[in-house]
Structures are given as structure tokens and as C-alpha cells.
Write a protein of this length. Structure first.
Length: 535
């Protein structure tokens, strides 16, 4: 499917969502819409695998036959069903019974079948408990099909679901069943729902333009300088992964086989489920990623709590867009936590450095970390100043990139990107002030491809440019008491141009001549018309 058709599919589905959600909050309707899109993906994938497995035995039905081919096979081969499902678990790692397939559900919607709601509930439960087992348990837990927001009675809710599913099915019918198309449509819808979610959008969505910058930064070092071929990243992590779009952007740049495994962590249960669906929709196998539901700051993910240094997990690349200035409760136990004890605890009022130190602790020595944070981390005092000073003295802060304000749906404040490395080579910090380089939009400011390319090129080659970028040595940073406020190092003021008095006088004389000539011509016209001339 072409890129244009992929965008059109996303717009078609969004138009359906905008039309059908009515008085329902965008966040609530989002979960229904995206879950149905995910069911469509699982069904298409499962039916394709079953068709390949059964070969010539797969039923061939006429176009006008409304029956589901796999349902026909199940009915005619009951004794062979367990063996087929065993093969499906081995090959695609899940099983969907024929009555729960999207094609079956869509047919029930078209006929306004009274049992659609119950069938959906049974199908979601079956996929969670029987197919994916514990790995994907609770995948549809936030989809409340009994919600009064769908209707007061079962009949009203069933009718509403029939309408929604029929519209989605009709909208999808004209487009390819390619996995990338559905994945891109899913991402498009997440972005559109984020635009309507205001402050809540920050919980699950990093704007694509910012995601492009972060993902490019952490993959640049994997690129062979001479050939341009990207080397494999064994692992990449996002410890506040939201819907997983940032991780998928890294994967897109590395290629489908360019990453050994993707790791993500997310505290919000709804967003955690969105991330898992998003991975699968983009063709990431369940063996190729691990998304954990839990609190990053308390570090309750078992694989990250390994005390043996030889077994401690470490990642080639870390990207993150954690909640800005999040209030947290740093306990005495956390003061001795291996993540924080060398640098100190972030203050209660802002966990920005707590998130940063968490990620940095699990970064490989040769790895790269890029994190989005509010500008306050660059200059705030107290505990944050001590953490910042320690990171600078140890040579871990590589680059500071200042971005324009109003890029996020959730906040209008300007943000910065900090790039950190454990073994960085240059003994300076690169400052990039891109705050004034943007295209103004109706609701959010936008970074164009040219703006993004300029940031990346400046970072990659550590270029210096007046009023835009500068490499600053540690001696100057220390003189500024380890304050990283970008304006201390890069002036954006434009000097007044020198005035050439002789040239200015010549221009004024020419203007006077032009005025005299115009006046004479004007008076000539008046004289021809027989009008009194002005003195």
C-alpha cells in the first residue's frame, strides 16, 4: 500500500471515530476503536496462517458466500481442530475461534445480531486466557463492553457496537490487508486522539517530529561511517513508553531485524495495553519485545533488579519522554538504591532527574541515551544542581538541544533533549538552540523535515553556527557553576547593522527626485482635466 493510501486509511478511520463517538470522551472511544482495529489485525494474521497450514484443505467459497472459510473448516473437521490449534500456537502464538474472528464479528454487526456484544466479550476473554496465556493476559482489560457510555441497556449497547463495527468494517473494506497499513493507521489514530485529549495526551503520545529526533540520535552511532549500513542494536529500552511509538520509530530506522529485543515499561494500564497492541500491529513478534506494567521510579520490574553486576541488564539505546516535573515520594530506601546513590535523589517536586538516572544506570558503556525533559533541569538548584554537576564532571552529558515551545498536545512549555553517554569522547558539551526554528501551526508549533535535519546534522558532526550551536568546554561550564541554561552559551541577539551614511544620503536624494517627478505628473493630469492646480 502506498504512503498516500496509508494516510487515507487513517483519515477514513478517524472520520468514522469522529462521527460515531458522539458525547463520549475521545479517550474512552479511543480504546474501543483501537481494540477493534487490533482484532482485525489478529484475525487477518490468523486466517492467513491457517490457510497456509491447511493448504488445499482450506475451504474455497464463492464471493457471495457470507460464511467464514475457517468456520466451515472447523464445522467439517471437528476431530482435527485440536491439532490445527496446536500448530497455530506454535506458529503465530495464539488462537482465535472462528466465531470470534473479525469477519464473523463484522457479519454479526451488518445483520444487527443481538448476540454481538456477548460474542465480543467471549472472544476477548478467550484471546487473553487461552491464546496468549500469561504473556498477554489482560490485553483487553480496559475495554468495558458493559459501560453505560455505550448505552443504558444491553440492547442499546449492542446496537451501538453493531453500528461502530459495521462502519469500521466498511471503512477498511476498500483498503489492503497489509500489516503495515493497519499499523500506520493505528499510529495515525493515536495521534488524532492525542490531539483531542489535551493534557492527558502526554501519558501516551510523543509527537512524531520529536520522536524522529530521538530515534535518529540513538541510532546514528550504529551506522557504519563508510558504508552507511546500520549495525544491529541488541536492545533498546523506553522506561516510560506510553503507546510504544518512540520504540517503534527506533525499530523503523534500524529495520525489522536491526534490533535484538525491544523493552518498554509503562505505569498506566490502558496505555500499557495500547503499547502491546501497537507492537504486534507493526509486525513485532511477541518474542521480540517485552513491555512491563509497573512503576519505573520504584523499579518493580524483576529483570532490572538483578544485583549481580555480571547479570545486570544493559541496553544499547535508551529513549524516553517521561512525565514532566512529576511529583514523587523519594524514600530512605531509594537513597541507597544503586540507581541513585552515586548522584543523589531528585527532589519531591520534580522527578525529572530520577527518571534520567534510572535510564542512565541501565545504559551500556558504549550506548546512547536521549531523553526529553523540561528546561528546569538545566538550571534549577539544590539537589538537581548536585546531580547535574556530578553528571558533567564525570563527562556524561554529551549534548543539550533546546526545542521550541508548544510542540506537545499536553503542554505549551519549551522542552529540551539531553543526550547522555557513559564513555563520550569530546571534552565539551554541544549546545543546540533550535527554539526559534519552527513553523507556527493553528494548535501546535511544527518542526519541518528541514528543521529536524538541521538538528541531526549539527548533532552528528558537532557543528558550530552563530546563534544556533556551540561546543562549550568544561572550564566555561564550571565557571558558570554548571548551569546549562542554553542562553548562557548561545546568544540569539542579532546585532544592529552598520549604517552607510553616504549610501543612505544617496537613497534619500533619489526618493526626493521620485516624489518631485510624481507630483509634476499628477499636476499635469489635473491641468488636462481643467481643474485648479494645488499650490
Amino acid at each position: 500500500m502506498t504512503e498516500q493510501n496509508q494516510k487515507q486509511l487513517g483519515k477514513t478511520l478517524w472520520a468514522i471515530a469522529d462521527q460515531l463517538r458522539g458525547a463520549m470522551d475521545a479517550d474512552d472511544f479511543r480504546d474501543y476503536m483501537l481494540s477493534f482495529l487490533f482484532l482485525r489485525y489478529l484475525s487477518d494474521n490468523y486466517e492467513a496462517a491457517a490457510k497456509k497450514e491447511l493448504g488445499a484443505d482450506y475451504p474455497k467459497l464463492e464471493d457471495e458466500d457470507r460464511r467464514v472459510p475457517l468456520a466451515v473448516w472447523y464445522a467439517d473437521n471437528l476431530a482435527d481442530v485440536p491439532e490445527l490449534e496446536k500448530q497455530m500456537r506454535r506458529k503465530v502464538h495464539y488462537v482465535i475461534e472462528p466465531q470470534h474472528l473479525w469477519s464473523s464479528i463484522a457479519q454479526m454487526a451488518r445483520t444487527q445480531h443481538a448476540g454481538l456484544l456477548n460474542t465480543l466479550q467471549e472472544g476477548f476473554k478467550y484471546i487473553e486466557t487461552e491464546s496468549f496465556q500469561s504473556t498477554f493476559q489482560g490485553l483487553f482489560s480496559e475495554i468495558d463492553l458493559a459501560s453505560p457510555k455505550l448505552g443504558k441497556s444491553y440492547a442499546e449497547r449492542n446496537t451501538k457496537l453493531c453500528t461502530i463495527i459495521q462502519k469500521i468494517a466498511d471503512g477498511l473494506a476498500g483498503f489492503s490487508k497489509e500489516m503495515d497499513a493497519l499499523g500506520d493507521a493505528y499510529e495515525y489514530l493515536i495521534g488524532q486522539f492525542a490531539a483531542g485529549s489535551g493534557k492527558k495526551a502526554g501519558e501516551f503520545y510523543t509527537p512524531q517530529q520529536i520522536s524522529d529526533i530521538l530515534s535518529t540520535i540513538v541510532t546514528l552511532d550504529s551506522q557504519e561511517p563508510k558504508t552507511g549500513v546500520r549495525q544491529r542494536l541488541e536492545s533498546v529500552m523506553d522506561f516510560a513508553c506510553g503507546s510504544g511509538s518512540l520504540l517503534l520509530n527506533v525499530r523503523k530506522r534500524m529495520g525489522p531485524h536491526g534490533i535484538g529485543k525491544i523493552y518498554g515499561q509503562e505505569k498506566n494500564i490502558t496505555t500499557y495495553n495500547l503499547a502491546r497492541m501497537n507492537m504486534l500491529l507493526h509486525g513485532v513478534k511477541d518474542t521480540e519485545f517485552e513491555i512491563f506494567h509497573g512503576d519505573t521510579l520504584t523499579n518493580d520490574w524483576d529483570i532490572l533488579r538483578e544485583l549481580n553486576p555480571a547479570k545486570k541488564p544493559a541496553f544499547d539505546a535508551i529513549v524516553a519522554n517521561p512525565p514532566f516535573s512529576y511529583r514523587w515520594e523519594p524514600t530512605d530506601a531509594l537513597a541507597d538504591d544503586v540507581r541513585f546513590k552515586n548522584h543523589g535523589l531528585a527532589p519531591k517536586s520534580a522527578a525529572d532527574f530520577a527518571f534520567l538516572l534510572h535510564g542512565f544506570h541501565f545504559l551500556k558503556d558504549e550506548g546512547v541515551m536521549a531523553i526529553i525533559l523540561p528546561h528546569g533541569v538545566l538550571f534549577r538548584g539544590g539537589a538537581e544542581e548536585r546531580i547535574r554537576t556530578k553528571l558533567l564532571k564525570d563527562g556524561h552529558i554529551d549534548t543539550v538541544i533546546g526545542l521550541p515551545s508548544n510542540l506537545f498536545y499536553s503542554t505549551g512549555i519549551p522542552v529540551c533533549i539531553l543526550v547522555l553517554k557513559k564513555c563520550k569522547k569530546p571534552d565539551d558539551v554541544l549546545f543546540i538552540n533550535a527554539a526559534e526554528h519552527f513553523e507556527k501551526g493553528k494548535r501546535q508549533n511544527q518542526l519541518t523535515e528541514a528543521h529536524i535535519a538541521k538538528i541531526i546534522k549539527t548533532y552528528q558532526f558537532r557543528e558550530e553556527e552563530a546563534r544556533y550551536s556551540r561546543r562549550v568546554g568544561m572550564a566555561e561550564i564550571e565557571k558558570n557553576e554548571f548551569n546549562l541554561n542554553i542562553s548562557r552559551y548561545i546568544s540569539t541577539a542579532v546585532g544592529e547593522a552598520e549604517i552607510d551614511l553616504a549610501e543612505t544620503n544617496r537613497a534619500l536624494v533619489e526618493i526626493e527626485k521620485a516624489i518631485t517627478a510624481a507630483k509634476q505628473k499628477h499636476n499635469g493630469f489635473l491641468e488636462e482635466l481643467g481643474l485648479n492646480l494645488l499650490p
